[in-house]
Design a protein around this ligand. Sequence first.
Ligand code: SAM
Ligand code: SF4
Length: 323
Amino acid sequence: MTGLYDRLGRHIHYLRVAVTDRCNFRCQYCMPPEGVEWLEHTDILRYEELVRLIKAFAGLGVDKVRITGGEPLVRKGLLPFLRQVTRIPGIKEVGLTTNGSLLEEYALSLKQAGVGRINVSLDTLQRERFIRMTGQDRLDRVLAGIKKAHQAALTPVKINMVVMKGVNSDEIADMAAFALQNDYQVRFIEYMPFSTGQDYLFTAAEMKQQLVAAGFTKLVPQLGVSCPAKIYHVPESRGSIGFITPVSQHFCSSCNRIRLTPDGYLKPCLLSNEEYSLRERLRSGASDQQLLAQIKQVVWNKPQQQYFLKGQKGDRGMSRIGG
Ligand code: SAM
Ligand code: SF4
């Protein structure tokens, strides 16, 4: 059997790389209200270290990479780095997840660098609410960035909306209409209680009820696609609607991903506190063979299921993991 597998037979071929913990937003579900202490610059992996690691993963069978953060577009030198990543033999798809605030300026260059797909986080279409949720008055910038990404053929543009009960849960139909009118794919994500408790959970079942009540009754499930989002098409639109249910219906048994944190820890599961430093190995002169052996061992022991199921909480905020 070629490729990377864990002890439960899951095929791991998708690497999410957080290139920074820095961000120009302060989303209330991602960063604690008191703010976060940034990682030391010297602790963050340099681009050449990232490229070496991604090559190692590609050599083991990883074919899909997503660049995330913090906000990846705030890290200097990202485009030349992306040009290197998209040329690594074996890497078939490179995507990027962004808050969209700098996307208008970067969309075309991202396309030219070989990035195939863009996910943009957008939790509300209301300006005042946007300011409350992100700490920034940049809704217009994000909307302009999304439009530009669509024009640059970074399609389908995917919009990630984290739904928080009583905060933006009344906007599901508006966001669906916005996506469908513009041929975007909106993915409604269940809020994950990293630090603020369970109070904001609004389940996908509740979201669907809202959509049906608003007249979205013709949701046709997309079959045969392996991703955590359950996608539905709507007749007469090229846009689509998806639901990501890490809390109400976890997808651990089909998980195909691993994560690299900005400070070089390999996290075999987003929602587990297990992490292993590859940076230490890299910086203490490990050979490629030694790196490969460590990666294989971490993947082999990937946790069976996430900690919400065990009633535990996370040690790292999302901005330091990469979402
Ligand atoms: N800054 C970029 C962005 O916002 O898209 C990339 C990093 S962000 C940590 C990646 C994804 O994690 C975003 O789509 C964000 O909405 C999601 N996220 C962060 N905290 C979350 C939470 N508590 N529950 C669900 N999704 C969360
Ligand atoms: Fe920044 Fe993204 Fe976290 Fe919002 S979700 S604070 S944009 S890293």
